[in-house]
Design a protein around this ligand. Structure first.
Ligand SMILES: Cc1ncc(COP(=O)(O)O)c(C=O)c1O
Length: 467
């Protein structure tokens, strides 16, 4: 047995016997190396091994922590939709009603709480722009968006090893508009579009609004996009575009590996399927290691990457973007005739904020807080929910996906709503109302007594609504 395996084994035993308990910090790498007489590299390797097994979790600058005794992963069911069909999910309508309510504990909303976002700094940036450049702030912005902001976005991509020119960036009203512009530019009613199952309900709504047909490729909790199935579907159907969320899919939080990302790009290029990459959660890797967007390996100009500040700085500013590749001019025309351009003030304020503050530092703090919240929520679910509950163990993003076999998540949703708790039932995330026994909760709320109480109450309600 190799040295690191021996050390990992000892730590595993300590966890199993309870001498290292869920939520506790493992000894630091330095301490481990010293006390076991091994090198730093060996101690790191042992911790990485435990992380890979889901027993430990790295938190940026804090070290490794024992993960909560989490329930097993949700059962993955290959989706039943084998031929293109339309989106028909009446629950999608209920989302709009729920989003309008401000009286709920917002476990339904995949957004970081305002307490985790730099509100004071952003407010200062907004007033500075109004004071110093009222002309620009209140005038039309260029249709493509302010160049300063586009440059900053391109610089951020460069920091993570991805080359993007400010000339191919178009500023949009969030990632949602970016996705919708891409679909409107590329497709005509009746075209077939590939989406993941489960996937973000906004994508399904955009597809439905344009009268497109969908094919669904499974997204698996532990692996992300099922690339073998994707290749099969593309062989059997003419698919115009694929809207994919490889980095921390909403609702699963799953991550598609670099290897599978490259494989899916090859498949899509071979079958002339344009990829609309929704990378809205790419910056929210809880380990601090930002996974690469698909764009990094795109050799064919076949990927439109959509991003947003909604999940990392301020959803209400409604600033996102797309990296249009060869489609930039066409996308820009679609943007122009739909909204002329995006609002000027939010773009200038975000540029001001990004020039004055260390985004990376903010992201580290945010990711640490989200990882903590998710860990505590997992613990609460393991403790308070029926024993057959299964949960995903995401490594980033804002979602916690739970499955309780036999549960009627729609009934749970209604019951929770009556008690002032918002949830997102699984059916929302499928084009035909599948995942009836699943639920997505947001892990964007800092831990509090109210949250603890709500999770316990949801566990009781879930138990009541099992057939
Ligand atoms: C996967 C995904 N894409 C896009 C969006 C919409 O983002 P934005 O607020 O930037 O429009 C969301 C919001 O929850 C999302 O989860």
């Amino acid at each position: 047995m190799l040295l690191y395996e021996r050390l990992a084994n000892q730590l595993r035993t300590q966890i199993a016997q309870g001498s290292l308990r869920a939520g506790e910090r493992l000894p630091s790498i330095r301490q481990l190396a010293h006390s076991h007489g091994v090198s730093i590299a060996t101690a790191v390797q042992a911790c990485l091994e435990l992380e890979r097994e889901g027993l430990a979790q790295a938190r940026p600058r804090s070290g490794y922590f024992v993960r909560a005794a989490t329930p097993p992963l949700p059962a993955t069911r290959p989706t039943r939709r084998r031929t293109p069909g339309t989106v028909s999910n009446p629950m999608l309508q209920d989302v709009l009603d729920m989003l309008a309510r401000s009286d709920l504990l917002p476990l339904h909303s995949a957004t970081p709480s305002s307490a985790l976002l730099p509100q004071a700094a952003l407010t200062a940036s907004l007033s500075r722009c109004l004071r110093h450049t009222p002309g620009a702030a209140l005038d039309y912005a260029p249709p493509q968006g302010h160049l300063t902001l586009r440059r900053l976005i391109a610089q951020r991509y460069a920091q993570v090893g991805v080359t993007v020119s400010p000339e191919e960036i178009v500023i949009t009203a969030g990632a949602m508009e970016a996705i919708s512009l891409a679909l409107r530019t590329l497709t005509q009613a009746g075209d077939v579009v590939l989406v993941e199952s489960p996937t973000y309900h906004g994508i399904l709504q955009a597809v439905a609004a344009l009268k497109l047909k969908v094919l669904e490729v499974p997204n698996l909790p532990d692996r992300g996009i099922d690339v073998a199935r994707l290749e099969q579907l593309l062989q059997q159907n003419t698919v115009r575009a694929a809207v994919l969320v490889p980095n921390f899919n909403n609702p699963l939080g799953s991550l598609t590996s670099d290897h599978d990302k490259q494989a899916l790009l090859k498949s899509c290029a071979r079958h002339k399927t344009v990829v609309i990459e929704d990378d809205i959660y790419g910056e929210l890797a809880w380990s601090g290691q930002r996974p690469s967007p698909l764009r990094r390996w795109d050799r064919h100009g076949n990927v439109i990457t959509c991003g947003s500040y909604s999940k990392i700085l301020a959803p209400g500013l409604r600033v996102g973007w797309l990296v249009g590749s060869d489609w930039t001019d066409a996308l820009l025309r679609t943007k122009y005739f739909s909204t002329v351009g995006s609002a000027s003030l939010p773009q200038l304020a975000l540029a001001d904020y990004l020039q004055r503050h260390d985004l990376q530092r903010h992201l580290r703090q945010l990711c640490r807080a989200l990882a903590d919240n998710a860990q505590r929520m997992h613990q609460a679910v393991a403790h308070d929910w029926p024993a057959s509950t299964r949960a995903c163990t995401p490594r980033g993003g804002l979602s916690l996906w739970l499955q309780l076999p036999g549960m009627n998540a729609q009934a749970l949703f209604d019951a929770a709503l009556r008690e002032g708790i918002g949830t997102a039932p699984g059916t929302l995330f499928s084009s035909r109302g599948e995942y009836t026994d699943c639920l997505r909760l947001s892990c964007g709320l800092p831990w509090s007594k109210a949250l603890d109480h709500a999770l316990r109450r949801l566990g009781q309600l879930a138990a009541k609504h099992v057939a």
